[in-house]
Design a protein around this ligand. Structure first.
Ligand code: SF4
Ligand code: SF4
Length: 138
């Protein structure tokens, strides 16, 4: 059921954020070429569907947001709530971040990869269930 998948995804997203938090705070804060300033708009259709089904409608218009780097990069980092970020922002772990994680907690990357895999499967499941529901609408 869609609402159950959404709740599980929210829980898992917060978990992966929590696992990475101390590393991101330490390593990304010192980064000389932050990935967020090298990209622009990262949302894909599954990210948008998750926002919609979790009651987090996007509140921006694509054509009015034109700036260098990600549209959501503020002076103090990402301005979006963690659950509202594109999935790639959660599962992209650069080599510096990975090295730091491996140094402090050698099993962490494997745990994260497994959780990303589960979330990704849920995203596909959400997409399928949403389309099925749409097909069965009167
Ligand atoms: S994930 Fe890597 S590239 Fe991106 S800001 Fe952090 S340290 Fe920099
Ligand atoms: S949405 Fe947030 S985390 Fe993702 S690239 Fe943009 S600023 Fe970075």
């Amino acid at each position: 059921m869609v609402s159950e998948i959404v709740s599980s995804m929210e829980r898992l997203l917060l978990e992966v954020v929590d696992f990475q938090k101390s590393y991101v705070e330490r390593i990304c804060a010192e980064c000389e070429a932050p990935c967020c300033s090298r990209v622009s708009y990262l949302f894909n259709e599954k990210d948008i569907l998750f926002l919609k089904l979790s009651g987090r409608e996007r509140r921006w218009k694509r054509e009015i947001l034109k700036k260098k780097g990600c549209w959501f990069l503020g002076d103090h980092g990402c301005i979006l709530d963690p659950e509202c970020r594109p999935f790639i922002c959660h599962h992209y772990i650069c080599s510096d971040l990975e090295m730091e994680m491996n140094r402090h907690d050698p099993g962490l990357i494997a745990v994260l990869r497994e959780k990303f895999k589960v979330i990704d499967e849920m995203r596909s499941q959400l997409w399928t269930e949403y389309l099925d529901e749409q097909m069965n609408l009167p």
